[in-house]
Structure formats: structure tokens, C-alpha cells
Design a protein around this ligand. Structure first.
Ligand SMILES: [Fe+2]
Length: 247
């Protein structure tokens, strides 16, 4: 199966306000007039995890997503054909959908693309597209009573955002109550984590709001949250849990 991303070189951790801890794909680069991009993983012209910074008045012309795209609004407000989004809002733009994006006041977006985008010529008809799906992640946690949340481990709840078939990726929100954990597991394929709120830690470090963690295939860890957190997780194969000690 063709990998969605180039093979990772190392575990990668980024914090939005700090320099990358271990690895770097380079600084911000121009993407469109008024929009700059910082690639965290992958390629700007293909599948990638990246930050997009819109200056006030920045606008992205109409484009088609050739692969699925997951978007989180981290700061400011962005607007597209379906209306305006603010901090904590999550958008799923399925492959085949098209949109135009603009930001009156400026914004910072985390984007996770499974394929490139193609910009449309003036007047080009976008063709058939699937609907966009939205979640207001910071307002729709387990306490909201939304039945989409189910218990994964004691005190850790999961809300599936995208459930791929065999060989496909999955995307979900994970909500940890204070003092909870996910047992040691191995990543059979790569895993991307983005901390939306709170803090979690593993044996490699502690990750606060705004941290992106790339766990390459073959790595393992045990994840704990002392004070609770909300995280976005995107994985390409089910993880393999270690046998309990003595088991
Ligand atoms: Fe993991």
C-alpha cells in the first residue's frame, strides 16, 4: 500500500510557540498571497500536516481536495462557503469537495491533508463534491452528552471523526479525565497527535496545548494525563497493546 506520508525520519514534536524540539521541515514559507505555511510532516504539495497562517484579509481561491482534509481552527476566524469558524472548530473536507477560504481578521489553522489540492481556473465548475462536516471540539466534549463519545479506557473517551476501512486511516478525538492513561502500545504505522486543550505525557516528554506529536511506525509509549486533556489523533493502523506484566 502506498504510504500517505513520506517515511518519517524521527519522532517529531512541535509546539506552536516554540522551535521544533527534535526535527524541522523548515520555517514558514509563502503559500498564497496573505497566507503562509509551515509543514510539520509530509509535503506542501501533497499529503501533509501543516500550519496555515492567514494574515488579515487573506483568501485562498477555490480549490478541490484530491484527498480528505481535516482542519482545526487554532486562532482567529476563518470563513468558507459554509460560514465562519472559530478556535476549537474542526472541519472535515472530504475528497472531492471544493471550497474557498477567507479570513477577515487573520487566523491560524492546523491542516491534515491525505492528498493534494488543485486550484480551479477562473469560472471552472468544481463538479460533484461531498458535504463538509463540522464539530465544535471545545464545546462538544463528553460532558456535552453527545452519544458519539464512547469509553476507550477507564476515564478516557473517544469520539470517532473518520473511520476508514481496512488499510485506511482513522481520525478521532480523545478526552482524558485527570489521572487517566492509555496502556503501553506499539504504533504499527504512524500516528499523529495534536493537543487541543490540557496536557498529556509519555516517557519522552510532556505535551501541552498546541503541541503536535508524530509517532513513527515501530515506536511505543504509554500515555498519561495528570490534569486531563483533549487530543486529536490520526492513525494509519490499529495500535498493538503490550501484554500486561506477567500476562
Ligand atoms: Fe500512541
Amino acid at each position: 500500500m502506498k504510504p500517505y506520508f513520506p517515511p518519517p525520519r524521527a519522532r517529531v514534536r512541535y509546539h506552536l510557540t516554540a522551535e521544533p524540539a527534535l526535527d524541522s521541515d523548515g520555517p514558514w514559507s509563502p503559500y498564497h498571497p496573505g497566507i503562509s505555511m509551515r509543514v510539520l510532516c509530509g509535503e506542501a504539495s501533497g499529503p501533509c500536516v501543516a500550519l496555515l497562517r492567514y494574515a488579515a484579509g487573506g483568501a485562498m481561491p477555490r480549490h478541490i481536495h484530491l484527498g480528505d482534509e481535516h482542519v482545526f481552527v487554532l486562532e482567529g476566524k476563518s470563513a468558507d462557503d459554509n460560514g465562519e469558524c472559530g478556535p476549537g472548530d474542526y472541519l472535515f473536507n472530504p475528497a472531492g469537495s471544493s471550497r474557498r477560504v477567507r479570513s477577515r481578521e487573520g487566523c491560524l489553522l492546523l491542516i491534515h491533508r491525505l492528498g493534494p489540492v488543485r486550484f480551479l481556473a477562473d469560472g471552472e465548475i468544481p463538479g460533484k463534491g461531498s458535504d463538509q462536516f463540522r464539530v465544535r471540539t471545545l464545546l462538544e466534549g463528553p460532558e456535552s452528552g453527545n452519544p458519539a463519545w464512547t469509553e476507550l479506557r477507564p476515564g478516557v473517551r473517544i469520539r470517532t471523526l473518520y473511520r476508514g476501512g481496512p488499510g485506511e486511516y482513522h481520525a478521532a478525538l480523545l478526552h482524558y479525565l485527570p489521572g487517566t492513561r492509555i496502556d503501553r502500545h506499539e504504533h504499527v504505522d504512524m500516528e499523529h497527535i495534536f493537543i487541543l486543550a490540557g496536557t498529556q505525557r509519555d516517557e519522552h516528554g510532556s505535551y501541552g496545548t498546541g503541541t503536535y506529536i508524530h509517532n513513527p511506525a515501530g515506536t511505543s509509549h504509554e500515555v498519561r494525563s495528570d490534569h486531563g486533556c483533549l487530543a486529536y489523533a490520526h492513525w494509519h493502523a490499529p495500535v498493538r497493546f503490550s501484554a500486561p506484566a506477567g500476562g
